[in-house]
Design a protein around this ligand. Sequence first.
Ligand code: SF4
Length: 66
Amino acid sequence: MYIITIDPDKCQGDGDCGDVCPVKILAVTEINGKKITIVEGNVDDCMGCGSCTATCTHEAITVQEV
Ligand code: SF4
């Protein structure tokens, strides 16, 4: 299983990670007027492929196997 961490200070909510996620568990939402990506689907579906971290140009998302 994997833990997905999104740094709200770094995330710009551009949605690139959600676009490349093969299991579509990342989604952009808006909190207090700021766009941010959240884990919207079932985190257990994460395959740990690393596509999201590789795509994020802000280094805002990390995926750790536990
Ligand atoms: S590691 Fe892969 S499956 Fe998991 S959230 Fe990132 S892109 Fe999706």
